[in-house]
Design a binder for this molecule. Structure first.
Ligand SMILES: [Zn+2]
Length: 173
C-alpha cells in the first residue's frame, strides 16, 4: 500500500483516544498540484475520535513558484500542518451513508487516503507573493519602449494613440 493510504479498520474497532503514528510519503504526481515538485514527507498521528479518525501532523515538501518581479522559478521549502477528520462512508450504527459535513470519507474498506488532504493543505500554504533573494528586475522595465507597448494591459492605450495619429488619414468614405 502507498505511503499515503492507511487502513484504519483496526483503529476504528478501538476505543476513543487510541492512536497510531504513521510515516507519510507522497510523490508529487499523486497530489496533482503543479507547484509541488518534491515528495511530501512527514509523520502523522491518527487518533480515534468517537465518530471519526483525526489526522494531525506536520508535512514538508518543496514547491516551485514564480518570482513576482522577474517571473523566474523559485524552489522553496514548504511546511504545513494537517488537522483533518475522516469518517466511515457507511454509518456504523444506522447503516446508511454518512453526511461527511466538512470531513473526509474513508473508503468502504476503511482506507484513509491522505492525498487530497495533502494537496489541499499544500495549496492553502502556498506563499501569495515571493521574490528572488537577490536583486532581480521586472522584465517589463528592462525592455525597450516599443516592446513595452506590446504588454496587453497597455494595448488599449496604444490603440488610442494610433487612432489619434491617423484620424485624418482614414478617408474611405
Ligand atoms: Zn526574481
Amino acid at each position: 500500500m502507498a505511503d499515503y493510504i492507511f487502513n484504519v479498520a483496526r483503529l476504528l474497532a478501538q476505543t476513543s483516544g487510541s492512536r497510531r503514528t504513521v510515516d507519510v510519503s507522497a510523490r508529487p504526481d499523486v497530489l496533482d498540484v503543479p507547484e509541488v515538485i518534491g515528495t511530501v514527507r512527514g509523520v502523522a498521528q491518527l487518533t480515534r475520535l468517537s465518530d471519526a479518525i483525526l489526522v494531525t501532523g506536520r508535512m514538508r515538501t518543496v514547491v516551485r513558484v514564480p518570482c513576482a518581479r522577474c517571473m523566474d522559478d523559485l524552489d522553496l521549502q514548504l511546511a504545513f500542518d494537517l488537522d483533518d477528520q475522516f469518517v466511515p462512508c457507511i454509518d456504523p450504527v444506522r447503516g446508511g451513508p454518512v453526511d461527511p459535513d466538512d470531513r473526509w470519507l474513508l473508503d468502504r474498506g476503511h482506507n484513509l487516503d491522505l492525498s487530497p488532504v495533502l494537496a489541499e493543505a499544500a495549496i492553502s500554504e502556498l506563499p501569495p507573493r515571493v521574490v528572488c533573494p537577490g536583486q532581480c528586475r521586472s522584465p517589463l522595465l528592462d525592455q525597450p519602449v516599443t516592446a513595452r507597448a506590446l504588454d496587453p494591459r497597455l494595448a488599449p492605450l496604444e490603440r488610442l494613440r494610433r487612432q489619434m495619429l491617423h484620424q485624418d488619414g482614414d478617408s474611405h468614405g
